[in-house]
Design a protein around this ligand. Structure first.
Ligand code: 7RM
Length: 649
């Protein structure tokens, strides 16, 4: 019996960038991409040194790459200040009075920070941190709403060599506690609260709860966002604005070793405690800088907007470090996409003339579900480039994004990468790569991606296997904080000296990479291994369906049967979209082998707080009727309890 992942869904629509877009782009032809890609693989040191030289190094590196699998060092001997590269550098290159951050709060309040103002605020806060005893290599936990001060706090930590660990503002006190303990943090930066869906999220209250159990924090600096009354503990808690009043707005950026730790970001695997992914300075900055430059083709007249939260890697790499290193103007938004209604994002795009828009498939599917009337009310003609990240994008969602948001004009960069990879690994280059809905297309410069079978052989086109990276890249994780063994076991155990991403994938005959889902989620039906993404995309291609998740359930004969959970678009009557119709639709799109055994209609799917579908929970639910595993990352528990009730009926 074959252990390979099979693929049955094929996509023939191809979209090439317009001549006009290509002409202006940094990489404007496939020949140029191939030439640069080849150099980046054959001579990585030369390639990456050239990119790194565009940044400011206080001391030039001695060696570009030092690879002792699975441990890597980049730009060894070099010294730089990451914050200086993101902020100070622009004070002398013509961008001093350019807007760095155009911010909008959920209630509608607005602020603009130029690079000069950003510099002053970052310097001031770096001085505040130092005055409060924070030193290089100390770990600082940041738990903030999406206000400019979140970025300022991260940059100020980088400036003084402290290691930040941002915890997403939607996480609980317990998650804060876990991360404090694991990182050994000695300071916390938080806010009284933030706004989300018209309500106040009480951040400081959660920090207080965590700090009742963890005693290692000497200082907690609190930014005043909402003005709500909160508890301030004397001797430990201080107000950001009071400290800043006392601090100078100049601060000398000291150079740190290229391998100086920059941040720890916790990512929850499917089991066990969260892993503290450690990123360091030089390589990470070069990786995020370079990917922004080529993939978002960032230029001085862009208004770039990444809708992620700074609590995720996407916010670190593509709100804070990459875009600021490129000196771009960006929009930052505090709140929910559907507040006060699903027009909010399009209102922001229109108001600020956003040119580059980067979001997640889960958001796109939510917009589709809500209906076209929201984007239809807005002028989106400023957009020139669209991006997605986080999950495989279903071809139907891609087409909607392309037509409704991009008016068929804007290239879409479907960017595959991970917290661990630090920067985008597989993506179209917008000025040259022909795109097909549903594929992240081709590897970025320096990324030696491949698909291997269980024996380590490279799969041929259309054969599914494990997605791996065979060479080190500048922004790769350096270790799991405090656990080198887990680092080895998690990423380097499948094949010698090769990084395994944990995703199932295949290439097509043009070499495009198609992610078929997490390897833990692969279905096994009568000996056929099917990725979840294809079956889900077949369901989403039905005009009534907004979103779908499929899982396997133990089946006496087939090994596994397919159970599908389906969310319909607003206004679709459930009686009209019968099981029979949807099952038949999948069988027609993929083949009888993929016909779901059961279909459950549900108003919502269980998701992580960053919007990824949690198939593990659905799988447990259909197998046992309950959920016992770790659900701390779940966005909304009521989704699961409702499903549980429905399945019992
Ligand atoms: C950036 C981020 C990583 C996992 C990854 C994949 C999935 C991300 C795509 C994607 C298909 C994409 N970091 N994933 N991007 N799958 N196409 N363009 O999401 O650490 O939170 O998640 O997300 O499974 O392994 S992450």
């Amino acid at each position: 019996m074959s252990k390979k992942i099979e693929s049955h869904l094929s996509e023939n629509r191809i979209f090439k960038p317009s001549r006009e877009f290509s002409k202006k782009a940094r990489v404007s032809s496939m020949a140029q991409y191939r030439r640069m890609y080849k150099e980046s693989i054959d001579k990585p040191a030369a390639f990456w040194a050239r990119e790194a030289r565009e940044l400011h190094w206080q001391k030039r590196w001695k060696k570009v790459l030092d690879w002792k699998p699975p441990f890597v060092k980049w730009f060894t001997g070099g010294r730089l200040n990451v914050c200086e590269n993101c902020v100070d550098r622009h004070l002398t290159n013509g961008r001093k009075n350019k807007a760095a951050i155009i911010w909008e709060g959920e209630p509608g309040d607005k602020r603009i920070l130029t690079y000069h103002q950003l510099h002053q605020e970052v310097c001031r806060f770096a001085n505040v941190l130092e005055a409060n005893g924070v030193k290089a290599k100390d770990r600082v936990l940041i738990y903030m709403p999406m206000v400019p001060e979140a970025a300022i706090a991260m940059l100020a930590c980088a400036r003084i060599g402290a290691v930040h660990s941002v915890v997403f503002g939607g996480f609980s006190a317990e998650s804060i506690l876990d991360r404090l303990e694991d990182s050994g943090a000695t300071a916390v930066i938080t806010a009284d609260g933030g706004y989300r869906r018209g309500k106040i999220v009480e951040l400081k209250t959660s920090v207080d709860e965590a700090l009742r159990k963890y005693k290692g924090v000497k200082r907690c600096i609190v930014y005043q966002r909402t003005g709500e009354k909160i508890n301030m503990r004397r001797g430990r808690d201080v107000w950001w604005h009071k400290e800043a009043e006392k601090a100078s707005s100049s601060h000398e950026p000291k150079g740190f070793d290229s391998e100086h730790p920059l941040f720890i970001l916790y990512t929850s695997g499917s089991t066990g405690k969260p892993k503290g992914i450690l990123h360091t300075s030089g390589g990470y900055l070069v990786g995020t800088y370079t990917t922004c430059k080529y993939i978002f083709d960032m230029r001085d007249d862009d208004v770039y907007w990444c809708t992620a939260d700074v609590g995720w890697i996407t916010g670190h790499s593509y709100i804070v470090f990459g875009p600021l290193a490129n000196g771009v103007t960006q929009v930052m938004y505090e709140g929910a996409p559907n507040y006060p209604d699903f027009g909010r994002f399009w209102n922001i795009v229109e108001k600020y003339g956003v040119t580059t828009f980067y979001t997640a498939p889960t958001a796109i599917r939510a917009f589709i579900k809500a209906g076209d009337k929201f984007p239809d009310r807005h002028d989106l003609s400023s957009l020139r480039l669209l991006g997605t990240v986080g999950e495989p994008i279903n071809p139907e969602a891609w087409m909607w994004y392309h037509e409704k948001i991009g008016s068929g004009r804007c290239p879409i960069v479907d960017t595959w990468w991970q917290t661990e990879t630090g920067a985008i690994m597989i993506s179209p280059l917008p000025g040259c790569t022909p795109t097909k809905p549903g594929t992240a297309t081709l590897p970025f410069f320096g990324v030696d991606a491949a698909i291997l079978d269980d024996e380590g052989n490279e799969c041929s086109a259309d054969e599914g296997g494990r997605l791996v990276i065979r060479k080190p890249w500048p922004s790769m994780l350096r270790t799991i904080y405090g656990d080198r063994n887990r680092y080895r076991k998690t990423y380097w155990n499948d094949y010698k000296g090769i990084y395994t991403a944990g995703d199932g994938a295949r290439t097509d005959k043009d070499g495009n990479f198609w992610i078929v889902g997490r390897l833990d989620d692969v279905l096994n039906v009568s000996g056929h291994r099917l990725g979840t993404a294809e079956v889900e995309s077949a369901l989403v291609s039905h005009p009534d369906v907004a979103e779908a998740a499929v899982v396997g359930r133990p089946h006496e004969i087939k090994g596994q049967g397919i159970v599908a959970f389906v969310t319909l678009k607003e206004g679709v009557r459930t009686a009209q979209t019968t099981d029979k119709i949807l099952k038949g639709h999948v069988a027609k799109a993929i083949g009888a082998i993929a016909r779901p055994d059961e279909i459950h209609l549900t108003p919502a799917l269980p998701k992580t707080r960053s919007g990824k579908i949690m198939r593990r929970i659905l799988k447990e639910l259909v197998a046992t009727g309950g959920v016992t595993g770790n659900i701390t990352t779940l966005e909304d528990f009521s989704v699961v309890s409702n499903l549980q009730k429905n399945l019992k009926k």
